[in-house]
Design a protein around this ligand. Structure first.
Ligand SMILES: Cc1cc2nc3c(=O)[nH]c(=O)nc-3n(C[C@H](O)[C@H](O)[C@H](O)COP(=O)(O)OP(=O)(O)OC[C@H]3O[C@@H](n4cnc5c(N)ncnc54)[C@H](O)[C@@H]3O)c2cc1C
Length: 852
């Protein structure tokens, strides 16, 4: 991925004692008595070896001087380089540049600010030596768009300005300024590519996106979209609206009105069944979207929790200090157009901008001189520019070779004599470590040609934290979804008639399956496919890189590092350990307590997994004391600490994808391709060429595949012989199983949450909120008892309780009918929402049986 910073994660599995993140309890004990934790927050054994807390405060006393000139500005011939080259895929032209800077406010309105590339480096801080953490990017100004005739006359006056800002919003969401995306072309949004219709379509499409983004808590209707467009362009509005809706660019997310909406995609035919494998962001988003499209959906998740590589741990100390630590994905890397930013707005969550200031400390605790710092940062960026030029020349000469990025950078460094001085070398190493962090691997593994192929698409705007952690999103997305936890999928068998998914001793039959497991799991071959995946896909799985990043999260009794910074870094004299705790994230302002997270990148991330947690935490404290003791600041022991082990996590086997030498962005596309003529689909961060290795990339891949599944389902439904409706045996729940289903429901109602009169109610297992769902059941007695039926409907938990408090069923029925507009229906007519609630209840009960 690109160089924008991201966050680490830890994780541990109860089954595998090696695979544990670790907690450090309070005080002295903290380092002597490390307790292992797992995904269930189970605190087990405290058998760590004795540790010595007297860590040395000062380290190297090097006197570092600013060096003279480097000669990076020289136009030295590239042929001087002696690089070991490796074959790479043919070089395509460089990707389109979408580098206009857009800034989006975090409130309901969006504002845009063209060309304000430089971010302020010294704001809101008293730090004497602030530094910018992010690599600067060159920028292009947005090309002008002229007023378009698609708009009605009364809007023409202000049209130029509006079209510009609407185009900017669409761009921030990932749409090109004046062309169609591949998805749009595939969806046939216009009959002639490049014609006048296309130009009009683009304006209409941008307009609809901007309209919805102006109030993401609303359901944007087709009529509303049409209001400001001339009526003769109704077809364009229809096309653009349907495209955007079905592909999840509008009306998506967690606003109440959006959660309730149901598309009528399968009127008159049995909706197809989809099994989603994995309840990470990609799987959750896809499952939600598919349910809202009318599919029947089931999610199989190996862990006992949703979220996958998004995991927030509650940390707690003796004196009431506590904090929420994101041990997986943490930073929203660019808020403009980011779908997670939309969720935050819908849920009313504030965002905390990660401040750009990042002081760097020398091993002796001194702050790095700002002049040297700026100089080396500039040199580092120039080295990268040199690499860009080299690959540009390779593209022009059509040379299909690749070399490791690290090798190219080192060669240029030597050629231009950059960072010969020890302090400069340490600074350069810090930047290289930062690059290894962003890509979760050693620079020696990265493709020089394609490592930053996603740069042109990167989300603009601030990097942000979600106060309380990203699991807020996960829980909101997972609410009421039929997720079966503890179901590790071992094989997937697919054919013309459907898909069989095997998890333990259970098999699940479905029309289509969506596999969202991490690339690390695919690389391990942990899931067998029958027939085997196509060679092309297997090769892409092999080629694409999947790297490692780890974290140590430490909850301290108080904040000793100051409230005014969110990050600080430390330099090391040893290049080979440059990624070891090189960057610290402070979560004091967002996590609820004095929480510090140290990152471990590159080589160090691998070594870290073999170190004992006691030693790791001791080492971090040694570094922190090296920085703060010389300033007279006491660094206390943490009251709790944990270390991640993403590489040993059998549901991940690493942190996120990167473009390895010999691989390219095309491999992401190949990973995204479905197999078995539209039977098995793939989503997840490693299937998203534009936004790999990110939370929003995972989110968008889930949306993408939901749209693909809908397209294939429609195609199949229209060819009657293979329509799921015409072959009931293909249904996930067929007629024969209906009775079993009903008896299952009877079993659920054997232990209702509430019972009163002839009513009983079950609460959704995923929420205690008064407005969460309750499934109400009522017996309709008939004269002939054998004709009596159970009827069902959804109310809220609060309404169910209020009904329970009323006197007599007559009053209840009156309230249901007159006040709540409640209509009780037979089981088979229950809404999709009702069905998914039943599935959640069943899943929760099953999970209780497994885990209690
Ligand atoms: C340490 C770390 C720091 C990161 N920092 C950032 C950041 O700051 N910003 C950012 O945007 N992104 C960050 N990321 C990346 C981001 O977290 C991921 O890209 C994203 O969460 C991936 O989502 P996903 O749905 O593709 O995969 P996952 O979240 O991994 O979901 C896949 C799911 O499949 C399940 N599964 C696996 N195998 C099986 C099986 N056989 N059967 C059933 N279920 C199975 C897993 O348990 C998991 O729940 C970070 C990641 C890590 C690890």
């Amino acid at each position: 991925m690109s160089t924008e910073t991201k966050e680490t994660r830890p994780e541990s599995k109860p089954e595998d004692p090696e695979n544990l993140s670790n907690l450090v309890p309070s005080g002295e004990e903290a380092l002597q008595n490390l307790t292992a934790y797992d995904d269930n927050d189970v605190v087990s054994d405290a058998s760590a070896t004795e540790t010595d807390l007297s860590l040395s405060g000062s380290q190297s006393e090097q006197n570092l001087e600013e060096d003279g000139q480097n000669s990076l500005d020289d136009q030295s011939p590239l042929t001087e380089l002696q690089l070991q080259t490796q074959p790479s895929p043919p070089l395509p032209p460089p990707p389109p540049q979408l580098e206009t800077r857009i800034s989006e406010s975090l409130g309901e309105e969006e504002s845009f600010d063209l060309g304000t590339e430089q971010q302020s480096q010294n704001q809101n801080t008293t730090e004497p030596n602030p530094r910018a953490r992010k690599r600067r990017r060159r920028k292009r100004f947005f090309t002008e768009i002229n007023a378009n005739p698609a708009f009605s006359r009364n809007r023409r006056n202000s049209i130029g300005k509006e079209v510009d800002s609407e185009a900017l919003i669409a761009m921030s969401v990932g749409f090109p300024v004046n062309s169609l995306t591949e998805e749009e072309i595939e969806a046939n949004v216009v009959s002639i590519i490049g014609g006048r219709d296309q130009a009009n379509y683009i304006v209409v499409r941008n307009h609809i996106i901007a309209l919805w983004r102006s109030n993401v808590s609303n359901w944007l209707t087709r009529d509303h979209a049409l209001e400001s467009i001339r009526v003769e362009h109704k077809n364009l509005v229809d096309t653009a609206y349907s495209f955007l809706l079905e592909h999840g660019y509008i009306n998506f997310g967690l606003a109440p009105v959006i959660k309730e909406a149901k598309l009528r995609s399968f009127d008159g035919v049995e909706p197809p069944n989809v099994v989603v494998i994995g309840a990470g962001l990609a799987g959750l988003v896809a499952a939600r979207q598919l349910l809202s499209m009318g599919f029947r959906v089931l999610v199989l998740e190996g862990r006992d929790r949703p979220g996958g590589r998004v995991k927030t741990r509650k940390m707690k100390g003796g004196d009431g200090v506590e904090a929420m630590a994101d041990v997986g994905g943490s930073v929203l890397t660019g808020i403009n157009g980011n779908p997670l930013g939309v969720l935050a707005r819908q849920l009313g969550l504030p965002l905390h901008k990660v401040r750009d200031i990042c002081p760097l400390y020398l091993p002796n605790g001194e702050l790095v001189d700002i002049g040297v710092d700026s100089k080396i940062e500039a040199s580092f960026n120039k080295l990268l520019d040199r690499v860009c030029k080299l690959r540009q020349s390779m593209i022009e000469e059509n040379k299909s070779v690749d070399v490791p990025l690290g090798e190219a950078l080192e060669t240029f460094r030597l050629v231009y004599g950059v960072a010969d001085d020890p302090q400069e070398r340490m600074l350069l190493d810090w930047h290289l470590a930062n690059l290894e962090y962003a890509n979760a691997t050693l620079l020696g593994n990265l493709s020089m040609v394609y490592w930053d192929q996603d740069d042109p698409y990167e989300m603009g705007g601030d990097h942000c934290f979600i106060p309380g952690g990203n699991e807020i999103f996960v829980h909101a997305l997972a609410e009421n979804l039929p997720i079966f936890y503890g179901h590790t999928v071992e094989s997937i068998r697919y054919g013309n008639n459907g898909v069989l998914v095997y998890a333990g001793d259970k098999e699940f039959y479905c029309d289509m399956a969506l596999c969202t497991v991490p690339l690390g799991v695919l690389k391990k071959g942990a899931i067998e496919f029958y027939p085997e995946l196509p060679e092309k896909k297997k090769e892409a799985i092999e080629r694409l890189g999947y790297g490692l990043l780890n974290k140590v999260a430490m909850l301290f009794p108080y904040n000793f590092w100051g409230e005014e910074i969110d990050t600080f870094g430390r330099l090391t004299e040893n290049s080979s350990t440059r990624g070891e705790f090189f960057l610290f994230y402070s979560y004091s302002s967002v996590s609820g307590g004095p929480l510090l997270i140290a990152l471990v990148a590159g080589d160090a991330a691998e070594r870290f997994e073999t170190m004992s947690p006691t030693d790791s935490v001791k080492r971090v404290l040694q570094i922190l004391r090296g920085i703060y003791h010389p300033k007279g600041i006491v660094v206390p022991d943490p009251v709790q600490a944990l270390c991640s082990r993403w590489g040993q996590d059998k549901y991940s086997y690493g942190s996120y994808s990167y473009v390895a030498v010999g691989s390219s962005g095309d491999d992401y596309d190949i990973l995204a391709e479905s197999v078995g003529d539209g039977r098995v689909f793939f989503a997840g961060e490693a299937t998203n060429k534009q936004y790999p290795a990110t939370m929003h990339g995972a989110f968008l891949s889930g949306m993408r595949e939901a749209a693909n599944i809908l397209r294939v389902a429609r195609r199949r439904a229209s060819s009657s012989s293979s329509s799921p409706a015409s072959n009931p045996n293909q249904s996930f729940i067929n007629k024969e199983e209906e009775e079993e289903e009903n008896s299952c429901l009877d079993q659920l109602f054997e232990t209702p949450d509430l019972t009163f009169g002839c009513f009983s109610a079950l609460f959704t297992p995923n929420s205690d909120e008064p407005n969460s769902n309750a499934l109400l059941r009522v017996r309709m007695e008939m004269e002939k008892p054998e004709l009596s039926v159970w009827l069902y409907g959804l109310v809220t938990r609060k309404q169910a309780s209020e009904l329970g408090e009323m006197e007599g069923d007559e009053m209840r029925n009156e309230c249901l009918r007159d006040k709540l507009g409640f209509i009780a229906v037979e089981r088979k007519s229950l809404s999709q929402e009702g069905e998914s609630m039943i599935s959640s209840l069943k899943a929760a009960r099953l999970n209780r049986q497994i885990f209690d």
